[in-house]
Design a protein around this ligand. Structure first.
Ligand code: NAP
Length: 311
């Protein structure tokens, strides 16, 4: 028996996902949400930024499987029924991409590439003294699927690592801090602050003037989590007054960032278009297929979101 599963993909046609499900999970009949013949029989929805009509069309959903790791958008959806489980992607190829994104940018600052880029603009030839990687301290906000992957990767490159999470962690070679009461201590020893937190009521605006001022002078920020973690005007102030040496942002409060937004021209700021890690077809489809199979067998799937804590 095949199981009909509606798929909703906001940005473009879902055809590449439908084809991948047909190849990898032929027992699941994944179809565009508008082509499901008996909507009342659909229990598992596969979604990326679903519309209100999606939830109205499928009154008997048991779970929605998100085609991404972050669930802040779907949890804020006014039509998401309380009874529906939200299941997110865990890693699904994103850990490796985040490793690359953070390694690239951490090295950019550690190896003075920001300074050499400025020098080149002014036709200057001057060498800055090298710093051993172990003397460049990297701190990761969020030690979940992606943060712990990045911490392990950067530690392998020789950097000194610390991390901060909600519950206490034990990660080899990473000095771990937990909870609001240890945040200041963590921030005080970080040269490159990397944000991989989920967006929740407790983490919104966490990269604010107060917290960023607790970083040592000359620190840098790399945010690939969500735009709402960062108070953009506070970042601009701390870049302009020299407390921060530089920043990289992959996510912004308004996406796409409008062409006339002054952030595009902000000295010291590198902007990338929410591309740090994408949901790759093969591992995502495999994970979603396994999770639907688990639910069909009456088992608990992996990646169930705890709605009251927001991630
Ligand atoms: P995850 O596995 O759920 O990990 C979240 C981590 O944040 C956990 O270590 C958690 O602590 C910690 N945390 C949550 N709330 C906290 C709080 N109030 N105080 C301190 N620590 C807190 O999430 P993930 O899969 O690593 O993904 C992280 C985020 O990356 C996603 O939510 C998404 O927004 C973003 N993302 C961005 C891109 C991109 O392309 N830019 C791509 C994928 C994901 P515990 O371990 O104690 O629970």
């Amino acid at each position: 028996m095949t199981i009909e599963c509606p798929i909703y993909y906001e940005e473009e046609s879902a055809q590449h996902w439908i084809d991948a499900f047909a190849r990898q999970c032929p027992h699941l009949d994944v179809k565009d949400w508008q082509q499901i013949e008996r909507p009342e029989d659909a229990h598992y929805g596969i979604v990326w930024r679903p519309s209100a009509e999606f939830f109205a069309r499928f009154p008997n959903l048991k779970a929605v499987l998100n085609l991404g790791a972050g669930v802040d958008g779907i949890l804020r959806h006014p039509q998401l029924p309380d009874s529906v489980e939200v299941i997110r992607l865990e890693n699904a190829g994103m850990g490796a991409q985040m490793n690359e994104y953070f390694a690239y940018h951490v090295m950019h600052y550690h190896r003075h590439m920001d300074r050499y880029n400025t020098q080149q603009d002014n036709a200057q030839w001057q060498v800055f003294p090298g710093i051993p990687a172990k003397d460049f301290r990297v701190g990761i906000l969020g030690l979940g699927e992606l943060g712990s992957s990045v911490a392990t990767c950067l530690q392998g490159l020789g950097y000194t690592l610390c991390g901060w999470s909600r519950s206490a962690k034990n990660l080899d070679g990473v000095k771990c801090y937990a909870g609001a009461e240890q945040l200041d201590q963590f921030l005080g020893q970080v040269d490159a602050l990397c944000c991989l937190l989920p967006l929740t009521d407790s983490t919104r605006d966490i990269l604010n003037k107060d917290n960023m001022s607790k970083l040592p002078k000359g620190a840098v920020i790399i945010n690939a989590a969500r735009g709402e973690h960062l108070v953009e005007e506070d970042l601009v102030e701390l870049l302009n007054n020299g407390h921060l040496r530089g920043a990289v942002v992959d996510t912004l409060r308004t996406e796409p960032l409008p062409a006339n937004n002054p952030l595009w021209k902000q000295p010291g700021l590198i902007i990338t278009p929410h591309c740090a890690a994408q949901s790759w077809l093969q591992p995502s489809v495999e994970q979603i297929g396994n999770n639907i199979d688990a639910m069909l067998a009456g088992q608990r799937p992996s990646g169930v979101v705890e709605r009251n804590r927001g991630y």
